[in-house]
Every structure is written in structure tokens, then in C-alpha cells.
Ligand binder design. Structure first.
Ligand code: ASP
Length: 330
């Protein structure tokens, strides 16, 4: 029996069109419809019964909370139906990792959800989109993908949405899960898993987006030599509920900035320490005494993913001990 897979399109390079086949980098994203993508690959119907729907038609630089909520609600609705076995989301690669981790925390189904994109526009020489989309449908149709949280595939690899990140501006081999590695590979339409995500996801999380129309405001502040207080002051003035501080090394913070962030924490803004290094754990009470300062450690989440979890955490509580628990669990 063939599985029923729905492709939800949001745009990106996978549906992009270049003015000529050799234009790899100055093309227009999000031009082709999902039906035209599916129709251009008749062999995809050998893997599963595949249909498509448009959720958005954007470059993923323009992704926003409104589209996230629409996408997540639609996936939850589709997967509640006995007639649907899995969902594939086509997405631009620039913010794909944030959308993937968001969905990983709010989708309430064990059925496969796979996010896919491409680095080359659909009409370029050696476009990677068709192969990536074929793999995504194969993965979403596979039994092994159930209960593994939201997965990301590009370039024949299977990645965990918590760990995967875009590491190169232009190469097809850009998605990596630093230090921790891929979950597996896809070859000739078959998925091969070697590891599984260990953190809680999808049906195991406490997050419920039903009825939400927005998420709490959380901003990221990046650390560097001689940084000042201007950005912190401005996000505080804007009324943020949380700040992710992309700290130095193991989440280190210059003393005068730390003093300002302690003031923010005392005023109810949740301060979460991540790292600008790109991998590794931010040790709680390591470079900074989080207990004394009232801060949260982002564990091994990069700043953009720490922001996703902090926004969702703030829909439940402002208590830092509880939020720290969520960072250890998810
Ligand atoms: N700017 C594009 C996007 O994120 C890049 C891509 O899809 O690869 O939509």
C-alpha cells in the first residue's frame, strides 16, 4: 500500500528560478508552485501518493511567526487524519533550522515530518532540489522516520532538527550537525538510520500552539570585543520578554554587560546564555555564575535555536528554574 504524503510549500531556492542555467546565486527564490514541482518529477509518485499545498511563497529570510503558526497548525491538522501518513515541508535553507526546531517542539504526531530545501535554483545546472525532494518523500514514507521528531534532509543526509545548522553560504553540503553528526543517509529511495534523537520532541513536549496568534518577543545579542550596551538598552526599551546572549567561548560575558543583564533578569526578562562558537555545551555556573545572576544556560543550542525554545518556554512560564529544566529536556 502506497503511503499518502502531503508536501507543504513555503518557497525558497527549491522553488527558485534563475535567469539562466549558470546563475547559481543571483536567482529569484520562491517562484514555482508546489504542483509544478511535483509534476516535474512523475517518478516521485512511485514512492508514495504525493499531493501539494502552498502555505507561503517566500524567501526564508522573510519567515515569520505568523507563517510558523499557520504551518504548524496545518501539519497538526493533516496528521490527525488517518488518510495522511507523513508531511514534507519545502523551505528556504537560510532559516530552515529554526523552523525545523520550532516544528520539532510543537507538532503533536509521531508520523514523519521532513523539511527539505535546495542550494541551487530549480532550473540551474545540476539543481539539487529534485533529488532532495525525492529523498524527503522517501524519508517521510519510511517506517523508520516515525517518532524521530522533525527531520531535515539535503544532500542525501538525514539530520536531527535540534542539532542541524547551515554552515556554508553556497555549498550543497552545507547542512551539518556539528560534532554530533548525521542521523543517517538516504540512498536510492531507502532511509538508513544510524542514530536517533535523544531529546524530547513532538508528542513528548509540553508546548501547545492551539489558539496562539503570536509568540513572546525574544531577541539575540551577539558578543564581540568592545561591545557596548546600546543593543541591550534598545531591546529592553522595546519590551522584550527574553534575551539570548550569544556569549564568548563557554557563554562568557564582559563584566559590565553581565551587570546590565543581571538588572534585566531582576526586572523579569529571562536571560539565556548561548555561545557564538557554533558547538558545545554552555556549562551552567561555568564561565558565569548563573545561580547568582538568575540566568539560564542554553545547553548546546545555538543562539537562533535557543531563541525558538525560549519563546515557547515563555508561553508557559517566566520561572528561570522551570525554563532551565526545559533547556535540559529539549
Ligand atoms: N535565500 C534562500 C532562502 O532561504 C536560500 C535557499 O533557499 O537556499 O529562501
Amino acid at each position: 500500500m502506497k503511503k499518502n504524503i502531503v508536501i507543504l510549500a513555503t518557497g525558497g531556492t527549491i522553488s527558485g528560478n534563475a535567469s539562466c542555467e549558470t546563475d547559481m546565486l543571483t536567482y529569484k527564490s520562491a517562484v514555482l508552485t508546489v504542483d509544478s514541482l511535483i509534476d516535474s518529477m512523475p517518478y516521485i509518485q512511485n514512492l508514495a501518493h504525493v499531493t501539494g499545498e502552498e502555505i507561503a511563497q517566500i524567501d526564508s529570510c522573510d519567515m515569520n511567526t505568523e507563517i510558523w503558526l499557520k504551518l504548524a497548525n496545518r501539519i497538526n491538522e493533516l496528521l490527525r487524519s488517518d488518510k495522511i501518513d507523513g508531511v514534507v515541508v519545502t523551505h528556504g535553507t537560510d532559516t530552515m533550522e529554526e523552523t525545523a526546531y520550532f516544528l520539532n517542539l510543537v507538532i503533536k504526531s509521531e508520523k514523519p515530518v521532513v523539511i527539505v530545501g535546495a542550494m541551487r535554483p530549480a532550473n540551474a545546472i545540476s539543481a539539487d532540489g529534485p533529488m532532495n525532494l525525492y529523498n524527503a518523500v522517501a524519508l517521510a514514507s519510511s517506517q523508520e522516520a516515525s517518532g524521530r521528531g522533525v527531520l531535515v534532509t539535503l544532500n542525501d543526509t538525514i539530520n536531527c532538527s535540534r542539532e542541524v545548522t547551515k554552515t556554508n553560504t553556497a555549498l550543497q553540503d552545507t547542512f551539518k550537525s556539528p560534532d554530533l553528526g548525521y542521523l543517517g543517509y538516504i540512498q536510492d529511495g531507502s532511509s538508513h538510520f544510524y542514530r536517533f534523537p535523544t531529546r524530547k520532541h513532538t508528542t513528548q513536549t509540553e508546548f501547545d500552539i492551539t489558539g496562539l496568534s503570536e509568540l513572546p518577543q525574544v531577541e539575540i545579542i551577539y558578543s564581540y570585543v568592545n561591545s557596548g550596551l546600546t543593543l541591550i538598552n534598545s531591546v529592553v526599551m522595546a519590551g522584550v520578554q527574553g534575551i539570548v546572549y550569544a556569549g564568548l567561548g563557554n557563554g562568557g560575558i564582559p563584566e559590565f554587560i553581565k551587570a546590565e543583564l543581571v538588572k534585566c533578569a531582576r526586572n523579569g526578562i529571562v536571560i539565556t546564555r548561548s555561545s557564538r562558537t557554533g558547538s558545545g555545551i554552555v556549562t551552567r555556573n561555568g564561565a558565569v555564575d548563573d545561580d547568582a545572576c538568575g540566568f539560564v544556560s542554553a545547553d548546546s543550542l545555538n543562539p537562533q535555536k535557543a531563541r525558538v525554545l525560549l519563546m515557547l518556554a515563555l508561553t508557559k512560564t517566566q520561572n528561570c528554574t522551570e525554563i532551565q529544566r526545559m533547556f535540559w529536556e529539549y
